[in-house]
Design a protein around this ligand. Structure first.
Ligand SMILES: [Fe+2]
Length: 423
């Protein structure tokens, strides 16, 4: 007979009792999360200069077609040989023996593998970088190290403004690749968690350019200095963090071949930064970001670095109650998340999964009865508790009730000092 799950009773953090009733700037949070975080709007200078140049370049390509339709045969360049040919690492390989929550598989990361064509890359960039789209869906970062007017996050745009990107991210082909690498049947999560983009642009302002080393040897010297630093000290488009999604597929959309730096850095079990090598445009890396601390490093050279990050969750039958969180994506933390859009997407996905899981449990009850099995009360208590927890995890981090300082302590905690799982 299975044991009942060890489950701590839910302590409801009512607003009037919370230590952190509202988001505060001194806690690293965005106080204006309800009104769109407009203090982090992309400056006109960036839109009119570097972004305008990029759009002009994309539109000048002879094959440019604003109505291009996603065609997996043409735009997905992944070949099945890459499953064998790609270097992958397990959590054990990286010396990670403790994690902040239970990993869903032993998969840790896959080194870059070719995924999408240049035409697909160009279309994703064009859909995202148009000024009207950036104005609505992009913001300067909240908490990045050494961020400038040229660094931004964007996302949530795909269902309104980017049909090509949406079709690509949610395609069966991409889900199959992620599932095979991770060993877990996986699917994209919701509109606000696929097609997130971390954007760092090269400056086109001659005065700003003077500040950046151009000699290769100076760049490499600066890179060597960076490599002696701890993860949280490295200049980053996105500072040291865990993802709030189970898996992150990171697709490189722009990186100058001469760029120095700009890799994804993973923190290994011995607290060092391991830079996932050699990202190329159209290539992707894959990480179990929920349990791997990592950092999106900024190139040292004056180079564009643009990645698309696609969140995936386990989706197999009976596996609908994923471990995704709000922590780093909620609007008081991630400047580009909009209260109305982000939470509508979040609760729609949450309730859909719960609905699927309830259906799965209903079917199981019926099947077991028809097979003449004894009804297992303890097992049913666990099933109900898991669903309660899934609902609780859906709202426990809402700004209305929970605004602790960001980044949380666990982002800085070495793996081997992490506490036991909460459940
Ligand atoms: Fe990440």
């Amino acid at each position: 007979m299975p044991e009942a799950t060890v489950y701590k009773p839910v302590t409801v953090p009512f607003k009037e009792k919370s230590d952190y009733p509202v988001p505060l700037r001194e806690n690293g949070l965005l106080e204006e999360y309800l009104t769109g975080n407009h203090s982090h709007d992309i400056p006109e200078k960036t839109l009119n200069l570097e972004v305008a140049q990029m759009i002009a370049k994309l539109e000048a390509k002879p094959t440019f077609n604003p109505n291009l339709k996603f065609d997996p045969k043409k735009h997905i360049i992944f070949k099945d040989e890459s499953f064998e040919g790609t270097t992958t690492a397990t959590l054990k390989d990286l010396g990670i023996n403790r994690t902040r929550t239970a990993p869903v598989s032993d998969f840790a990361c896959a080194h870059p593998f070719p995924l999408i064509s240049q035409e697909a890359v160009d279309m994703i960039l064009w859909e995202a970088l148009r000024p009207k789209v950036l104005k609505q869906f992009a913001r300067l970062p909240n908490l990045s190290r050494n961020a400038t007017r040229l660094d931004m996050h964007m996302g949530g745009h795909t269902k309104f403004e980017a049909p090509f990107s949406k079709d690509l991210y949610t395609s069966a082909e991409i889900a199959r690749i992620v599932s095979k690498f991770t060993g877990v049947e996986a699917s994209t999560i919701h509109n606000s968690s696929y097609g997130h983009m971390n954007i760092s642009l090269a400056t086109a302002d001659p005065d700003e350019l003077k500040e950046i080393p151009t000699e290769k040897k100076d760049l490499l010297a600066a890179y060597d200095i960076q490599n002696t630093k701890k993860g949280h000290e490295i200049p980053a488009t996105l500072g040291l963090h865990y993802d709030s999604v189970t898996f992150a597929l990171v697709i490189m959309l722009d990186l100058d071949p001469e760029a120095v730096g700009g890799e994804t850095g993973i923190i290994t079990g011995d607290d060092r930064v391991f830079r996932v090598p050699d990202p190329k445009v159209g290539y992707a890396t894959l990480i179990q970001g929920m349990v791997l601390r990592h950092v999106a490093t900024k190139p040292i050279s004056n180079s564009n670095r643009i990645t698309a990050v696609c969140g995936f969750m386990p989706c197999g039958r009976g596996m609908e109650l994923d471990n995704c969180r709000l922590t780093s994506n909620k609007p008081s933390v991630l400047s580009r998340s909009s209260n109305n859009l982000y939470y509508s997407d979040w609760f729609d996905y949450r309730f859909e999964n719960l609905q699927k899981h309830l259906q799965f449990q209903r079917d199981s009850i019926k099947e077991k009865f028809e097979r003449g099995e004894q009804f297992d009360q303890l097992e049913m208590i666990k099933i109900c508790k898991d669903m309660e927890r899934y609902l609780y995890d859906g709202w426990k981090e809402l700004e209305a009730v929970h605004n602790p300082p960001f980044p949380p302590e666990e982002y800085k905690t070495p793996y081997d000092q992490l506490p036991d799982y909460e459940y």
